[in-house]
Design a protein around this ligand. Structure first.
Ligand code: ZN
Ligand code: ZN
Length: 100
């Protein structure tokens, strides 16, 4: 493989690596095993909430911290990395200011 081909296979450029990640932890989200109304188990194999016996849906949770989808948004992985870098830069410049 030539160097040019290697460059072209950059995962960010070719779109293979644009998985969405949670904005809080930068990981995948997963579907909760419980209902979005009562946070209770589903009734057998149905979509009926075992607690209130009403139709219910699952909700999505962060696989890292377990927070539900209200606490984060799904962003591109590179966005998360960018945010982390910005955050780090901020912390660094804050530190610099303190030293003066
Ligand atoms: Zn319920
Ligand atoms: Zn999280």
């Amino acid at each position: 493989m030539s160097y040019d081909n290697y460059k072209l296979s950059n995962p960010i450029d070719d779109g293979y690596n644009n998985e969405l990640v949670t904005s809080c932890c930068g990981v995948e989200e997963e579907s909760s095993e419980t209902s979005n109304c009562c946070d209770s188990k589903f009734w057998a194999e149905t979509d009926i909430c075992g607690e209130c016996k009403e139709h219910a849906d699952t909700y999505m949770v962060c696989t890292e911290c377990g927070d539900d989808e209200d606490c984060y948004t799904m962003i591109e992985e590179y966005e998360y990395e960018q945010n982390m870098r910005d955050h780090y830069d901020e912390m660094k410049s804050d530190g610099d200011r303190d030293e003066r």
